[in-house]
Design a protein around this ligand. Structure first.
Ligand code: OGA
Ligand code: MN
Length: 253
């Protein structure tokens, strides 16, 4: 059922350059944001009913589309978009690779996005990480997945960039178990391309969904089971890809 590209996995690159960009981020990581999210009327980002829905979606159909606009603190999507837009102008974003260790290749025929790993230090990243942590714990309590941690990177697809059909993890490797991709783009029209195509876990030839990368929209899926692809973007496309993992530390490369 798998083509070669289905087998591709992506390896986190510890990114020293990102640390150098931390100063720049600090300047933009919102005092503004803090003041918008500390009000008493803030809804809990993640509640038990919603976590039930996520767990049901994953166990019943291996993937689901989500709307996080009301789940995330007000202003957070804009603050994250601001961060990635700034990183995109620096040397912090690197071409993403495919494969593992010495097999790692930066194959432009498979994927063309650029990425920067999140470290959770800026205020927007800290708030996002809090939410991801609640999701991790909530899924563990409901599905006994033994998710130990998560990792997340920003991705930028410039016009013409794409990511061919792939899985996020090798079957049985139990590293990346659940994937979550969050989109950060305002007013993303049909003419802008860059949709995420989702294929059936049982039959990778069958498309089961197509998601527009509009701000606040997200997809959640089982990393080892759900093939997906990013169609060529026609305008700069920002997202955050996150993986909940079962291993404490990555396998030695
Ligand atoms: C990935 C990925 C999807 C997207 O980074 O592995 O599939 O829509 N991203 O950005
Ligand atoms: Mn992927």
């Amino acid at each position: 059922m798998h083509s070669d590209t289905d087998q591709a996995i992506i390896i986190p690159f510890p990114d020293p350059v990102l640390e150098r960009a931390a100063d720049q981020l600090e300047q933009v990581a919102g005092d503004e944001l803090i003041s918008t999210v500390t009000g008493a009327d803030v809804q809990p980002a993640v509640d038990d009913f919603w976590l039930d829905e996520l767990a049901d979606g994953l166990s019943e159909s291996a993937w689901m589309e989500l709307d996080l606009t009301r789940r995330l603190p007000a202003g957070l999507l804009a603050a994250l978009r601001n961060e990635v837009a700034i990183l995109d102008k620096t040397e912090a974003m690197n071409r993403a690779g495919i494969g593992r260790g010495t097999d790692l290749v930066k194959d432009r025929s498979v994927r063309r996005d650029k990425i920067a790993w999140l470290d959770g230090y800026s205020e927007p990243q800290r708030l996002l990480f809090e939410c991801l942590e609640q999701i991790r714990e909530g899924l563990n309590r409901r599905l006994y997945l033994g998710l130990k941690r998560f990792e997340a990177h920003y991705a930028t697809y410039h016009p013409g960039d794409f990511y061919k059909r792939h899985l996020d993890s090798f079957r049985g490797r139990a590293s990346r178990v659940v994937s979550l991709v969050l989109y950060l783009n305002e007013d993303w029209g049909l003419e802008d391309g860059g949709e995420l195509r989702v294929f059936s876990a049982a039959d990778s030839g069958q498309m089961v969904g197509q998601v527009r990368p509009e701000a606040g929209r997200a997809v959640l899926f089982l990393s080892e089971q759900v093939p997906h692809e990013v169609l060529p973007a026609r305008r700069t496309r920002y997202s955050i890809a996150c993986w909940f993992r079962q291993d404490e530390v990555p396998l030695p490369l």
